[in-house]
Design a protein around this ligand. Structure first.
Ligand code: 5RP
Length: 223
């Protein structure tokens, strides 16, 4: 039985086929994406440059000699490749385990196609077993925590973590997210929230799932 890390590597390698040569590439954050960056560099696929969702990925891309671009200088990202903490049958995701959710959401908003790369453990029927990350302005932390508790969740401050934007993360336990778009919208309305880790309004378009039987590729059915 392959390990989770082996499945991540498999799916990271498969994602290289989704990179459009000589075009700008959006690159997410996380251990699966780290493996993807390594696979991309090893394949030598030429790209016009990369827009990254974190300082961590930008550093790794630069170390591989890939040209980094500022999102403000880019108006078209044909493909964005990123991991997920959970993904449901409708391709809605929970993201932000690596605290990069806000920049991930921004790059995903610009991208035309979101390719999610995940090992099979990330596939769930209903989102919410993985605690939902919420990025919060530091002075609003206690207020936002109270509001999240009123919605039925149990928020826990991810102590010692500061996002690339200088904010803090609350991880919300105990949510069963049966309507991801509604929950994403509702949490974003809490004053002090920068964004939350539900990617439902802008969900994945393509899923590459690493399974013991190989990489399963599926495409979202348009709503
Ligand atoms: C980072 C993310 C990651 O995509 C998510 O946490 C999955 O990470 P990994 O590939 O390490 O399992 O959203 O903010």
């Amino acid at each position: 039985m392959p390990t989770q890390d082996e499945l991540k590597r498999l799916v990271a390698q498969a994602a290289v086929r989704h990179v459009l040569p000589n075009r700008i590439l959006g690159v997410g954050t996380g251990s699966t994406v780290d493996l993807f960056i390594d696979a991309l560099a090893a394949a030598g696929t030429p790209i016009a440059g990369a827009v990254s969702s974190s300082v961590r990925s930008a550093q790794r891309l630069q170390d591989k000699g890939i040209r980094m671009l500022d999102l403000n200088e880019v108006d078209d990202i044909p493909v964005y490749i990123d991991g997920a903490d959970e993904i449901d049958p409708g391709f809605c995701m929970i993201k932000g385990g690596g605290a990069a959710l806000t920049r991930e959401k921004v790059v995903a908003a610009v991208a035309r196609s979101f390719v999610c790369i995940a090992d099979a453990s990330k596939r769930v029927a209903v989102l919410g077993k993985f605690p939902l990350p919420v990025e919060v302005i530091p002075m609003a932390r206690a207020h936002v925590a109270r509001e999240l508790a009123r919605l039925g969740g149990t928020p826990k401050w991810r102590e010692g973590v500061m996002t690339d934007n200088g904010n803090v993360i609350l991880d919300v336990h105990g949510l069963s997210i049966t309507d991801p778009v509604a929950t994403e919208t509702r949490i974003n309305q809490i004053v002090g929230v920068v964004t939350n880790g539900l990617f439902a309004a802008r969900r994945a378009d393509v899923l590459l799932l690493g399974t013991p039987d190989g990489v399963q590729e599926s495409f979202r059915v348009p709503r």
